[in-house]
Ligand binder design. Structure first.
Ligand code: PLP
Length: 419
């Protein structure tokens, strides 16, 4: 049983004060069904600070133009801001070069880019692709389609009853046929933090590449792709306080250079004749057409905001909040926690008695509490735990113990309603 300290350790959290930071998020200051909003659905999408909203408005009010194409002032400003944001992402991930940062629509598109480009060129009959039993559908279905198309085998690394990745089973499943391993850094359904460094080392020993789905990690912990040595790292802007519709695929230059383009058209070319097209350099080879300029700039603003708050403080604060929430729910009669890994981040999945998660979610919503109820796009995880759905409370640094208390109080109410 975890015992949380009675009060927050202010030194460990580098003085992070959620009450002060909440002021940066306009959406949090509202009532829902006549109750103050408690937003606990951050794993689905996070709220946006004013600095991100302002960056979008500023772009459209002052700089809107197409990038890379115009010699006029507005186009140059748009291009500078769009490329500056790429540098912010590069530094945020610790990538060696900004050419290794590809803009996509989000994690889903990043993974699809890898399966469609690298996968089609490198996976063949008899080859194997390894994923874990706790992947989001986005990191299952593209690999399934690739394997079906190529006559390759999709192998699944099992997890234990706490929702932990089984490293010894993984080692056993790796073989000389393994071409790539694709795992999430943090599970969206369970909150488990996976041993990605060890996963990368073991895969590389067998000559396999590694893609890490970082959708649920980047907002909660410092990620350094060079020290992880992963070949690909994917994340979505909207899960780290940035706009929707933009995301990132990091790839090692040595791997990206060998990959054919995925989509084709404008911007991804150097020279076109009817006989032959010379493709553009990285990263533009993978960015066909007019990109999502405003949202890339918004993502840059979001990462700057996170850097200012500090990921170390965020991690420590959320660890405390998760421990507090876990302890309160573990002590709640009738609650079954799904996902009790030793190393977790920010996600608390549970069921209460035999109340359907959708019913529980509806009761919580009537009290102004936003949670997710469903299979969380991870149906194989639900199957593994013998449930069809869970209620998921997921935290950000702007959540508080008082909000966890409101969640717990409302669960008591729900129990009375459904008794
Ligand atoms: N991977 C994980 C672990 C996720 O949690 C999600 C979204 O919930 C995704 C991938 C897909 O992200 P997006 O819908 O932003 O592409």
């Amino acid at each position: 049983m975890i015992t949380h300290p009675a009060t927050l350790d202010v030194e460990r959290t580098a003085g992070l004060d959620p009450e002060v930071l909440r002021r940066d998020f306009p959406v949090l200051h509202q009532e829902v069904h006549g109750k103050p909003l408690v937003y606990l659905d951050n794993a689905a999408t996070t709220q946006k600070p004013s600095s991100v909203i302002d960056a979008l408005v500023r772009y459209y009010e002052h700089d809107n133009a197409n990038v890379h194409r115009g010699i006029h002032e507005l186009s140059q400003r748009a291009t500078n801001d769009y490329e500056d944001a790429r540098t912010v992402v590069q530094e945020f991930l610790g990538a060696a070069e900004s050419e290794e940062i590809i803009y996509t629509r989000g994690t889903t598109e990043s993974i699809n880019l890898v399966t469609a480009s690298w996968g089609r060129a490198n996976v063949g009959p008899g080859d194997e692709v390894l994923i874990s039993a706790m992947e989001h559908h986005s990191n299952i279905v593209p690999w399934q389609i690739l394997c079906e198309e190529k006559g390759a085998r999709l192998k699944i690394v099992p997890i234990n009853d706490d929702g932990e990745f089984l490293l010894d089973e993984y080692e056993r499943l790796l073989s000389d046929h393994t071409r790539i391993v694709a795992v999430n850094h943090v599970s969206n359904a369970l909150g488990s933090v996976n041993p990605v460094r060890e996963i990368v080392d073991l895969a590389h020993e067998r000559g396999a590449l590694v893609l890490i789905d970082g959708a649920q990690a980047v907002a909660h912990m410092k990620v350094d792709v060079r020290s992880l040595e992963c070949d690909f790292y994917a994340f979505s802007s909207h899960k780290i306080f940035g706009p929707t519709g933009i995301g990132i695929l990091y790839g090692k230059r040595s791997v990206l250079e060998t990959m054919p383009p995925c989509e084709s058209g404008g911007d991804m070319i150097k020279h076109v004749t009817f006989e032959k097209t010379i493709y553009n350099d990285l990263p533009y080879k993978f960015e066909a057409g007019t990109p999502n300029i405003a949202d890339a700039i918004g993502l840059g603003a979001a990462l700057r905001y996170v850097n200012n708050v500090g990921l170390e403080g965020i991690g420590a604060y959320e660890e405390d909040l998760l421990a507090y929430a876990t302890e309160r729910l573990a002590a709640f009669e009738g609650v079954r926690l799904i996902g009790t890994a030793k190393h977790k981040a920010s996600v608390l999945s549970f069921n209460l008695d035999s109340i359907h998660p959708h019913d529980l979610g509806t009761v919580l919503d009537r009290e102004g509490i936003a949670v997710r109820a469903g299979h969380h796009c991870a149906q194989p995880v639900m199957d593994r735990f013998g449930v069809t759905a869970t209620v998921r409370a997921s935290f950000a640094f702007y959540n508080t113990r008082a909000e966890v208390d409101r969640l717990v109080e409302t669960l008591h109410k729900a129990r009375e309603i459904f008794a």
